[in-house]
Design a protein around this ligand. Structure first.
Ligand code: HPA
Ligand code: ZN
Length: 331
């Protein structure tokens, strides 16, 4: 083995990452100044030091507050360009990135500005050789009607996304509420994925599969509490996109060496590794692999997760084979 999985020389796909979660403190301060939006402090180090969370909602409160600095197409371009550069620096050759348009539109930003900025950064990255696409995430605590309205309003931008997902506050907003909007998305040829089992119980994961007919699960941690469900996920080979540093930072997992991803792998579940919100949880995808290496996870397991990431990606067979061939020649 020439390079460890965490190395930028090992190609990988990042399938669970939120563009708004790439808002590093330095860019946050730049955008706050540019747009005249007040921040509690303009010192990026002090802002970073505040990122200690007791649970998912603590993080979401800061994440959504910070998004007040996002106002213009240029802001959205700069945010996505920052992430896409970091991704390439980490060896990512395929990026499928979530974004939360409902937040920005709710703050009075035109959807066209959001998509102009994000779209320009993605087009630039593609020209530079990165395979990358966007996934529209519905903000579950805004409710199913708002999600349905967003899908309708998104029609002019339909070709800029490959799928839909569901994120934000989980408990109290079970997947079944979003059955109709996911059915509409499926009928329009969009891929489906869903945050489930991060804090919600195994029923949330089951609903994501049965009611939303998702092709992948994001987090999925609490599925390990239900052996039958875990067996089913393995039998159906539903990929689970896991974010180790996020799960420890938000205390969904108490210690990295007790992460449920190991029980998932033992059960035969396809597992991929991603950063979730790299500006908030201590690092990019490379740091997530490094955290697993630090606790002694074998390279065989980690390279297996990278193979799975290309297998789980929403790409055609030809592109998949090209990524897998590049991975085989790099290890
Ligand atoms: N969970 C739920 N919502 C989110 C997350 C997450 O990990 N990241 C950004 N929004
Ligand atoms: Zn997430």
């Amino acid at each position: 083995m020439t390079h460890p999985a965490s190395s930028p020389l090992i190609p990988k796909a990042e399938l669970h990452m939120h563009l708004e979660g790439a808002l590093e403190s330095e860019l946050l301060v730049t955008l706050a100044r540019r747009n005249g939006v007040p921040l509690p402090t303009y010192d990026p180090d002090v802002l970073d030091a505040r990122y200690r969370f007791g649970q998912l909602q603590d993080f979401l409160d800061v994440y959504f507050d910070n998004l007040a600095v996002m106002r213009t197409a240029e802001d959205f371009h700069d945010l996505a360009a920052l992430y896409l550069r970091r991704a390439r620096e980490n060896g990512v050759t395929r990026a499928e990135s979530f974004f939360n348009p409902m937040t920005h539109v709710g703050a009075g930003v035109p959807l066209a500005a959001v998509m102009e900025g994000y779209g320009a950064a993605f087009a630039d990255a593609r020209r530079e050789g990165l395979s990358c696409d966007m996934i529209l995430d519905f903000t579950r605590d805004l409710g199913a009607e708002a999600a349905d309205q967003m899908l309708t309003d998104f029609a002019p931008f339909r070709d800029m996304i490959i799928g839909v997902g569901l994120d934000s506050t989980e408990v109290g907003y079970p997947p079944v509420l979003f059955r109709d909007v996911f059915a509409r998305a499926a009928a329009d040829g969009l891929h489906r994925t869903c945050h489930a089992g991060e804090e919600g119980d195994p029923e949330y994961v089951r609903q994501a599969l049965d009611d939303l007919r998702v092709e992948r699960i994001d987090h999925g941690l609490r599925a390990v509490e239900d052996p039958e469900l875990l067996k089913r996920i393995a039998a159906e080979q539903i990929p689970v996109n896991v974010c180790p540093l996020s799960n420890v930072a938000l205390r969904a997992v108490d210690r990295m060496d007790r992460h449920p991803l190991f029980a998932m792998l033992d059960a035969g579940v396809p597992v991929t590794i991603s950063s979730d919100d790299p500006a908030y949880f201590g690092g990019q995808i490379g740091a997530n692999f490094a955290a697993l290496e630090d606790i002694g996870t074998s390279q065989e397991v980690l390279i297996g997760c990278i193979e799975t990431s290309f297998e789980a990606a929403f790409i055609d067979a030809g592109e998949r084979e090209r990524h897998l061939a590049a991975l085989r020649s790099a290890v």
